[in-house]
Design a protein. Structure first.
Length: 77
């Protein structure tokens, strides 16, 4: 596949999905994020009958993601 990561994120978002870059080479589907661990900067994905998964987020993009999506549960007091 030819194209930058930003190009493909924009293409997916234009087709109706909601993807966001959370690290240099990590993109998440915002609908699938169920919890954000702000201390370790992980986006966690929980689903029934499936092993929980997580991915790392950069410090700056984690803060921006948390501010942009306040409805996703997080461990901030």
């Amino acid at each position: 596949m030819i194209g930058t990561l930003r190009y493909w994120v924009n293409a997916l978002n234009a087709s109706g999905h909601i993807y966001e870059v959370v690290d240099r080479n990590v993109v998440v589907n915002v609908k699938n994020v169920t919890y954000i661990d702000v201390i370790t900067r992980h986006a966690l994905f929980y689903a029934a009958g499936v092993k929980p998964k997580k991915c790392t987020m950069s410090h700056y993009l984690c803060e921006a993601f948390v501010n942009k999506h306040p409805g996703i549960p997080k461990n901030i007091i």
